[in-house]
Design a protein around this ligand. Structure first.
Ligand code: ZN
Ligand code: ZN
Length: 411
């Protein structure tokens, strides 16, 4: 039997280094992972440099690489991909920013960079969409809410650059900064002027907005200023369906990851109850993934949470959350009809509290796979497996070959 479909399961930042608090084990080694271990036992295993050895990947560049889009060629910054993930249809050449709502006091000083963790900003975003007018610049803008206090902004127009600074002073008790061009190019100056005008008009709208008046009356912080950063020009992506001759979907709570999927032509599938944190409804994610696999050839499923514990330097909590992920994956043990690749997008060592360049474990499970002798899913066991050490850019060709859709090279 040959599998027809592929599930790429990325356990965000799950890989780690040996932790003192875990007697020198990694959280993956220390966690109870019967499901992942059984998958590993029935898989070909290895380790993978998602970009290249020693390169510390961002989640964005790592996912591009895993999908077969070399980040050196395709990555133009986080803003445009996150804007795509917030539902803005980014065309090549458009300028994207990621952003969030914050709270200003009457003196124009930022008193909370997350606007009191406001949970829904759609009415504010709608007021900005209706009220801000950038036609004097010949620029069209798009502004959409993200999760919680987050949002995304995009500009479409001629002669716009993306080398501009952020208005976020990064600290509270300071006023927002003016956006400045970072080069002498007229295009960057123009974007800075457009962005400053957008921010000026949106702030006026937000200050008078009934939702903010109501929040203040209730003793909550108003969401009366927008902070934007991560400007980038949207690139041109060869469609996934042409590159790999497969249809596909992406399931992720992170706007950045669904944005990357959407940018290459995977359909983002919203799942109710997913948060991108440890309280996410992982079982719903698996159920939606299985449903997508009925109608698509390929699904990219990203599960966050473990990465956060790495960033927070919490090895025991990371270990325990890995156990939670593991039990949610149980339905996958029944799937002997598809190719399942399980990996991480980067290592997030608790000792570093950020991403590191160490390779990640990878297992490939399904019909036709040459099962090796590895029987545990962790960084050290996987290193002895039959895949050896591969790069992220090798993954899609290997998976496509396993469903016998790879083109012959030569006679
Ligand atoms: Zn990541
Ligand atoms: Zn991270």
């Amino acid at each position: 039997m040959t599998a027809q479909k592929i599930l790429l399961l990325v356990l965000d930042g799950i890989a780690d280094r040996p932790c003192d608090a875990l007697d020198g084990k990694t959280p993956l080694q220390a966690a109870a992972t019967p499901v992942l271990d059984r998958l590993a036992k029935e898989s070909v295993c290895g380790i993978m440099d998602t970009i290249a050895p020693g390169i510390r990947p961002g989640s964005d560049t790592a996912h591009l690489s895993l999908l077969g889009y070399p980040p050196k060629r395709y990555y133009t910054g986080r803003g445009p991909l996150e804007a795509e993930g917030c539902g803005i249809k980014m065309e090549a050449g458009m300028i994207g920013f990621r952003g969030n709502f914050a709270s200003l006091d009457s003196n124009g000083t930022i008193i909370d960079r997350r606007a009191g963790r406001i949970s829904s900003t759609e009415p504010l975003c709608a007021a900005i969409r209706d009220g801000v007018d950038l036609s004097a610049f010949g620029v069209e803008f798009f502004f959409e809410p993200g999760a919680g206090h987050r949002a995304a902004l995009a500009f479409r127009g001629e002669g716009l650059g993306a080398s501009v600074t952020s208005n976020d002073p990064k600290h509270e008790q300071l006023p927002p900064l003016p956006i400045r061009p970072m080069t002498d190019a007229g295009s960057d100056l123009r974007t800075a002027e457009v962005a400053n005008e957008f921010l000026r008009q949106s702030q006026e709208i937000l200050f008078d907005h009934p939702l903010n008046k109501q929040r203040i009356a209730e003793g909550l912080l108003p969401a009366n200023v927008v902070l934007i950063r991560g400007a980038g020009v949207m690139g041109r992506f060869e469609p996934f369906s042409e590159k790999w001759r497969m249809t596909g979907s992406v399931i992720s709570a992170a706007a950045l990851i669904s944005g990357i999927g959407s940018a290459v032509g995977l359909e983002p599938v919203p799942v109710p109850g997913i948060t991108g944190s440890a309280d996410s409804d992982l079982k719903a994610k698996i159920a939606y993934t299985e449903k997508e696999l009925e109608r698509k050839d390929f699904v990219l499923l990203n599960i966050k949470g473990a990465d956060e514990f790495g960033h927070d330097g919490k090895p025991l909590m990371k270990r325990d959350f890995i156990g939670v992920i593991d039990s949610a994956l149980a339905p996958l043990l029944e799937r002997n009809d598809i190719i399942i690749a399980v990996c991480s997008d980067h290592t997030t060592p608790c000792s570093v509290m950020d991403h590191a360049g160490d390779p990640v474990p990878i297992i490939i499970h399904g019909p036709g796979v040459r099962v090796d002798l590895v029987s545990l899913f962790d960084e050290i066991s996987a290193a002895t497996g039959g895949l050896g050490r591969i790069r992220g850019g090798d993954l899609m060709p290997i998976l496509v070959d396993l469903i016998n859709r790879s083109e012959k090279y030569g006679a």
